[in-house]
Ligand binder design. Structure first.
Ligand code: SF4
Ligand code: SF4
Length: 176
């Protein structure tokens, strides 16, 4: 399940995009993620969440007559993994599973999206503006978190939500 990590792997960092496009200009970024999973030993089925027919057609284009990743493609994936590991981004997929149980009504994924603007590309002002919009739309502030960790128990990515919220609060709530 979630071979494309809630869609995140369909929009990888620019450096990863460049490598993949150079090797296979017509392959979608999602296809790399899905083929990686389908190439693992013992995998019979890959469940890919699709939201439109274009995505379904894309999936069919490489899963019919499926070819496992070759050695060159595996090397590109390994390099992509290194790039992801070096990124300081909060690996939130935006699934929203954490939100239902939050007693403070904190819009956790939206706040992480704002935080990632700073962490990934240094767009701190844009991140602050995005954070302010999330709060104006009715979210509890990141600093309102009481640390009950209900969200962390619900998060399939095992994100340290409370720590990341503290980071967002320190970054976006302290300097107006
Ligand atoms: S730890 Fe914080 S963000 Fe998570 S559910 Fe509790 S109050 Fe909400
Ligand atoms: S923090 Fe975890 S549960 Fe919440 S939206 Fe992100 S990935 Fe999903």
């Amino acid at each position: 399940m979630e071979p494309v990590k809630g869609g995140k792997l369909a929009d990888p960092p620019e450096q990863v995009k460049a490598m993949m496009k150079q090797y296979a200009p017509n392959a979608s970024f999602a296809s790399w993620a899905i083929r990686f999973v389908a190439s693992l030993d013992g995998i019979l089925t890959v469940l890919s969440g699709m939201s439109n027919t274009a995505q379904m057609r894309d999936n069919l284009s490489f899963m019919q007559n499926f070819q496992p990743l070759n050695e060159e493609e595996r090397a590109i994936i390994r390099k992509a993994q290194e790039i992801y590991q070096q990124s300081a981004a909060v690996p939130c997929t935006g699934c929203g599973y954490c939100k239902a149980g939050c007693p403070k009504g904190i819009a956790i994924p939206e706040i992480f999206e704002a935080l990632n603007l700073h962490l990934v590309s240094g767009q701190t002002a844009q991140g602050k503006a995005a954070y302010d919009r999330v709060i104006a739309a009715g979210s509890g502030a990141a600093s309102a978190c009481i640390g009950c960790k209900k969200c962390e128990g619900a998060c399939p990515q095992h994100i340290a939500v409370t720590e990341a919220l503290q980071q967002a609060a320190g970054l976006y709530e302290s300097n107006g």
